[in-house]
Design a protein around this ligand. Structure first.
Ligand code: CTP
Ligand code: CA
Length: 226
């Protein structure tokens, strides 16, 4: 308890956080992205820093202010995020994948601005690499934390992601609910581990959600003596 009270529960731990939405370019002035604000991931980075961790924040598109005292790496596409995370994965103790990564990107990225031509346009998209699943396949003792953004059947989809991506914790949020999801300063989440539901949190500020999540992470780090 005294250890927690000092705010040192992650002292000496290297924490890697991804945040924000990825940007998938079609041409130099057009792209596909999503509504992620980056606030949840930034709050996690800030809370981890406050708990004594050495923090690297890999951020896509975001409107949030980067916290002080963390290493900030800016990326644009899912592919760039994959590379930035992969480079730093071996030396990380805890990895939190809060980013909203595009599932698809345009097959062709045009070097010049596309000219309009004809009455309709069909865009061909291809799957991006699943970063979290890639990390889950290669992890060696890292505590891997994923997110699950759902609008229905939250528990089933969250547990399915945890298993499929070999995560240690999943933060599920019902992005359709009031007070939860992408743009606000609050969130309503459930934490799942391999054993099932760990805790269902009430509506809290994203900063408080981050703290509660990291306390569970620190607990698991301690109990598995990584
Ligand atoms: N994720 C990732 N790389 C991707 C897609 C998702 O690392 N290409 C990660 C997200 O950062 C998040 C988790 O996977 O931590 C779940 O993302 P989510 O979009 O909820 O799930 P998906 O597996 O993409 O499934 P779907 O969108 O079909 O529900
Ligand atoms: Ca997705």
């Amino acid at each position: 308890e005294a250890f927690f009270a000092q705010g040192n529960t992650l002292a000496g731990q290297r924490v890697l956080v991804t945040a924000g939405g990825t940007v998938e370019r079609l041409d130099p002035v057009r792209y596909l992205t999503n509504d992620s604000s980056g606030k949840m991931g930034f709050a996690i980075a800030e809370a981890a820093k406050a708990m004594g961790a050495q923090v690297t924040l890999i951020a896509g598109r975001t409107s949030a202010q980067p916290p002080a005292g963390v290493e900030l790496v800016r990326v644009e596409s899912a592919q760039q995020m994959l590379e930035a995370v992969t480079e730093r994965f071996d030396t990380a103790d805890i990895v939190v994948k809060a980013a909203a990564v595009a599932d698809y990107r345009p097959v062709k990225q045009h070097g010049q601005k596309l000219k309009k031509n004809g009455e309709s346009l069909t865009l061909e998209l291809e799957r991006t690499t699943d970063i979290l699943q890639t990390l889950g396949e290669k992890k060696k003792g890292q505590l891997l934390i994923g997110f699950a953004a759902e609008t229905e059947d939250v528990e089933r989809y969250a547990m399915d992601k945890l298993t499929r991506k070999n995560c240690d914790l999943i933060v599920a949020n019902d992005v359709g609910a009031d007070g939860a999801g992408f743009n606000g300063d609050t969130n309503i989440v459930q934490l799942y581990g391999p054993e099932g539901l760990i805790e269902s949190l009430p509506m809290l500020s994203k900063r408080e959600v981050a703290q509660r999540l990291l306390i569970h992470a620190a607990d698991r780090m301690a109990s598995t003596r990584r």
